[in-house]
Write a protein that binds this ligand. Structure first.
Ligand code: WTA
Length: 661
């Protein structure tokens, strides 16, 4: 049974266990409904109460939401705060001061602990170092770091001095880095010589060098290198310095710089429907409020919790639920450098036991691959470890199929832990639609209901509501504090992508299809409705991959990329390619396909490598020359073509493209 079918017949309901409702911040559906009522009756009152209760303001705000320049909404605009002070300084003199903020487990299993007080000292020292390197308030700093304490320190240090960070995932290519340095106008790059993953030492600094060598990085003044391993790397005199060098002589005191609530805390690039990634710009005040609140609401986080979010800091999940949320909430968190399958696929379970993790947050792709591993090797099955410390489980990044949900529930959660299936996006800053562990009855495969204050709805192309039980487009009808503020340097694209005129210009268009169940009104996300793919929970634009392919000008004439369902990665990239030479077959086709895959890895990053490549003499086009992607999607899935092909100029091409390598 396919995922969609099994979700459609899903009628299992799991009410929250008593242990989860007891003492929960939002305990029971009445409490949830009361918050929703408060939010809809007096939104300004609701948000200002929460912002006063959850954020330490240097200067209190007097305005809440300002819609005068919609859709460029602002929140708490005249208030001032510092994000790092709200994550660190706030805990000084409290019980959290000497508690572990971070338990870091390296790839090789070595464990380092950092208390809140120590972290404050280290962040402050690096903040001073950044200032000494000439980084000022408002400057952009690009961070290209492995999962390390130092990665979080770099982000927090930027926040501390009011510099805007832009973290680039360590798996992205030199070209991707180059584009982002230029687009953001970065003055500094913070990186590491190497990263350790799965027992292997992988280069980072040499990729930075290669990116900068592509030219045009005119704003860039310095590169700061964390020596993760003893292996030397190339250092450019006058531009590159090590962490140890920049930290030398710097004080561990650094006054946090108050910034306006709308000051850009960070820019994070993500894929959209065109070839160019979008720099999603987030605010300081509204973003941080939501990071803190969703830790409290979705994870019901307590000071005694050991929270572990497995996401990399290069993604939004690693921003909100590694670098900011857990620290703002004052809990202890685990940060893991390595991969879930090294030294074996029991690593996650072993770490949960070792660190007594209470709240565990990961992606469906990881769960699916660990299920597969446990099914083939009993020794890595979670039953081999004591997971009784766990009280809440979370899922993020892609739809979780009910089969994986049930396994997670049974074998990891011991049928005791609520699973919060959190739907959200880079653009939303934090959770949007998610169960609450102490309130919401769970239905496997459904992200259930919006958080209080989030006016999610399902509409048609012109923005009219669609009744429960029918599919449509997911929108948010009212602004919320942690929403994207703009696309860095491209306000027009921001308006067009997220607040389309056809819908009246006031609805936030998520880009996902969704349906609400007829009985409970629960949301289920059916997948992207634009040209964005979700491979292992990573967002990729089909156009980005197409432009990467056609940029191989000697070889490729034309390319079209679509997604197809994949049991393990959720979706897989499928590329249809027309070469400048004759169509290759057999071994030669395989060889060329590999050349193309490696090219894409080099252009974008290994995560974008097409799983399937098909060669054709042409692509299926209408007589007006438009590529019929619908057909390509069917071919990619291996479906028989049932669609009308009468408008197709070259129907014979379909058979050719259906041929697997
Ligand atoms: C998808 C990741 C179903 C969705 C936080 C969205 C999900 C895109 C879920 C954003 C979920 C995320 N159920 N689909 N619980 N969470 N998605 O920006 O398609 O990397 O639009 O943010 O992931 O991906 P992004």
């Amino acid at each position: 049974m396919s995922n969609i079918e099994s979700v459609l017949v899903e009628n299992r309901v799991f009410p929250p266990p008593e242990a989860a409702t007891k003492g929960a911040r939002i305990s029971g559906m009445d409490a949830y409904n009361a918050l929703c009522d408060e939010a809809s009756k007096d939104p300004d009152g609701f948000w200002s109460r929460l912002a006063r209760e959850n954020i330490v303001w240097n200067k209190p705000f007097t305005k809440v939401l300002d819609e005068s320049n919609a859709p460029f909404y602002t929140w708490f605009d005249d208030g001032e705060l510092n994000a790092s002070a709200n994550c660190l300084d706030k805990h000084m003199g409290t019980a959290a001061e000497n508690k572990d903020a971070i338990i870091f487990e390296a790839d090789d299993g070595a464990v380092t602990r950092v208390t809140y007080k120590e972290l404050l000292g280290r962040v402050s020292q690096f903040a001073n170092a950044l200032k000494a390197q000439g980084v000022n308030k408002g400057d952009r700093v690009l961070i290209y770091m492995p999962m390390t304490v130092e990665g979080v320190i770099a982000m927090q240090a930027c926040a501390r001095i009011g510099a805007t960070h832009s973290v680039v995932f360590g798996g992205f290519s030199a070209k991707a880095l180059h584009e982002r340095i230029i687009d953001a106008g970065a003055v500094a790059v913070v990186t590491a010589n190497f990263q350790m993953r799965g027992g292997k030492e992988l280069p980072l600094k040499s990729i930075v060098d290669e990116g900068i060598a592509m030219g045009g990085c005119t704003t860039l003044k310095s590169v700061i290198v964390y020596m993760r391993t003893p292996t030397a790397c190339n250092m450019v005199a006058g531009r590159d310095t090590t962490f140890a060098e920049v930290l030398q002589g710097q004080s561990t005191d650094c006054k946090p710089e108050p910034v306006g609530a709308e000051h850009p805390l960070f820019i994070l690039y993500t894929s959209g429907s065109t070839g160019k990634p979008k720099g999603v710009q987030h605010s300081t005040g509204g973003y941080l409020l939501w990071a803190k609140l969703t830790m409290d609401w979705t994870f019901d986080i307590k000071p005694s919790d050991v929270f572990w979010c497995t996401a990399d800091i290069g993604w939004i999940t690693g921003h909100t639920y590694v670098a900011y949320g857990p620290l703002a909430a004052g809990c202890t968190q685990v940060i893991f450098e390595g991969v879930p399958t090294y030294p074996n696929a029991g690593r996650f379970w072993q770490m949960i036991e070792k660190h007594k993790v209470t709240v565990f947050y990961t992606a469906p792709t990881a769960i699916r691959s660990l299920i597969k591993a446990a099914e083939t090797d009993e020794k890595v099955h979670p039953k081999n470890w004591d997971l009784t410390s766990l009280r809440i489980l979370g899922s993020v990044g892609e739809p979780i199929n009910p089969e994986a949900w049930m396994w997670y529930h049974r074998h990891v959660g011991g049928e005791r832990c609520p699973i919060v299936d959190t739907f959200w996006q880079t653009e939303t800053g934090g959770h949007m639609i998610t169960p609450l562990p102490g309130a919401t009855p769970l239905v496997p495969g459904s992200c259930t209901l919006p958080l209080p204050g989030i006016m999610a709805a399902i509409v048609d192309e012109v923005g009219h509501d669609i009744p429960n039980g029918s599919g449509g487009m997911l929108v948010v009808k009212r602004p919320w504090p942690s929403m994207i503020r703009t696309i860095w340097g491209d306000p027009e694209r921001f308006k067009k992508s997220y607040f389309p005129e056809e819908m009246g210009g006031k609805l936030y268009l998520a880009g996902d299809g969704a349906v609400r169940s007829a009985d409970r009104g629960y949301f289920r996300i059916t997948g992207r409705i634009d040209d964005v793919l979700n491979v292992s929970g990573h967002r990729l634009g089909t156009m980005e991959i197409e432009s990467a392919l056609v940029s191989m000008t000697e070889l490729v004439a034309e390319a079209a990329v679509v997604g197809r369902p994949d049991d393990l990665t959720g979706e897989a990239v499928c590329a249809f390619v027309v070469l400048k030479r004759s169509r290759p077959v057999g071994d030669e086709a395989k060889q060329i396909a590999n050349v193309l895959r490696n090219w894409v890895a080099k252009e974008i990053g290994p995560i974008a490598k097409p799983k399937d490549i098909r060669f054709g003499d042409n692509l299926p086009k209408t007589r007006s020359g438009k590529i019929m992607r619908r057909l390509l999607r069917s071919i990619a899935k291996g479906e028989a073509i049932t669609q009308d092909t009468s408008t197709l100029e070259n129907p014979a091409i379909l058979e050719q493209l259906a041929e697997k390598l």
